[in-house]
Design a binder for this molecule. Structure first.
Ligand code: C2E
Ligand code: MG
Ligand code: MG
Ligand code: MG
Length: 279
């Protein structure tokens, strides 16, 4: 299957792909930066476009799906497939504590039945709800009304971990932290990229990491691309990280193989060993 990252689909082709169930879930591992253990996988949706035979990434279909409200169906398909998949991976020795992170769009929170759907999908799969991480961007939270807060509270009551995604990029981060109970934050890669850079934005990125740590929630750094990012995050005490340096999002077969191999990624090998590698 060819990958068409740059492709943008028309609303019609997107609707057809959804109807035909041409949703493919890729998984990107999230690691404990201290031990190199894979602690979670983030489900990332792709659409298979039959016309071009290409696998299209969210940039090519998410906006029209959100505008039409059809994103709710996509997210339901992703949750169902990913819950089954992760429940299977948890049978492997290296996957016994693996968590599943899913992304939600604003329209998802419009549905008061969302918590019930989460309960059904995970129960059917045999995945405990406390192994589920719900990722929300500030855009999602900025549109929340009373009903949305109730839905979020119910998801939290079921045991889901509520995580604020792309943290630092919204214009009201502090306000959301005050208004909503969140269990975790994912520091956006636009900050992570400055870590260890020695440039003018490095201090700001470091301060953001320290601030997040001070909240006492799960902190994940996303978009780790260079060894210097890992070194800086370890020095700051950031426990979790995700990024192309460790692994790109993978199809289910490749992620399964990675789990079965049960190896610490080379990029997270002991700092002393890594120092011997050429820069
Ligand atoms: P996100 O939740 O912030 O996911 C991280 C995105 O950054 C993914 O892009 C991932 O492939 C990419 N990424 C991960 N590590 C690196 C890195 O080291 N460098 C760089 N440059 N990029 C990295 P992707 O898969 O294209 O997804 C984009 C966005 O689409 C996601 O951002 C999320 O907001 C949304 N999305 C993805 N899947 C779903 C879904 O099933 N439902 C909903 N509602 N939204 C989704
Ligand atoms: Mg996410
Ligand atoms: Mg993000
Ligand atoms: Mg994003």
């Amino acid at each position: 299957m060819a990958s068409g990252a740059a492709q943008t689909l028309t609303a019609e082709r997107i609707a057809r792909a959804l109807e035909q169930g041409d949703v493919v879930v890729h998984y990107q591992p999230c690691y404990d930066l201290r031990t190199g253990e894979m602690v979670a996988v983030e489900a990332l949706a792709r659409l298979f476009d039959r016309e071009s035979g290409e696998l299209v990434e969210p940039a090519g279909f998410l906006e029209p799906l959100e505008e039409s409200g059809l994103v709710v169906h996509l997210d339901e398909m992703v949750l169902t497939a990913a819950a089954e998949q992760v429940a299977q991976w948890r049978q492997l020795p290296a996957g016994d504590r693996l968590c599943l992170a899913v992304n939600l769009s604003p329209a998802d929170l419009d549905d008061p039945m969302l918590p019930a759907r989460f309960r059904e999908a995970t129960e059917a799969a045999g995945l405990p709800l406390n192994a589920v991480i719900v990722e929300l961007t500030e855009t999602v939270l900025s549109r929340t009304g009373q009903g949305h807060e109730q839905v979020l509270a119910e998801l939290a009551a079921l045991g889901c971990n509520i995580t604020l995604d792309d943290f630092g990029t919204g214009n009201a981060s502090f306000d959301y932290l005050r208004r909503f109970r969140v269990d975790g934050v994912k520091i956006d890669r636009s900050f992570v990229q400055f870590l260890g850079s020695g440039g003018p934005h490095e201090r700001m990125a470091e301060s953001l990491v320290r601030f997040c740590l001070s909240l006492g929630v799960h902190v994940v750094a996303e978009g780790i691309e260079r060894p210097q990012h890992v070194a800086a995050l370890r020095r700051l005490g950031c426990p979790f990280g995700q990024g192309f340096l460790m692994s790109r999002p993978l199809d289910a077969d490749a992620l399964g193989a990675l789990l079965r191999a049960d190896r610490v990624p080379a990029s997270l090998a002991h700092p002393a060993e890594r120092a011997e590698l050429p820069a």
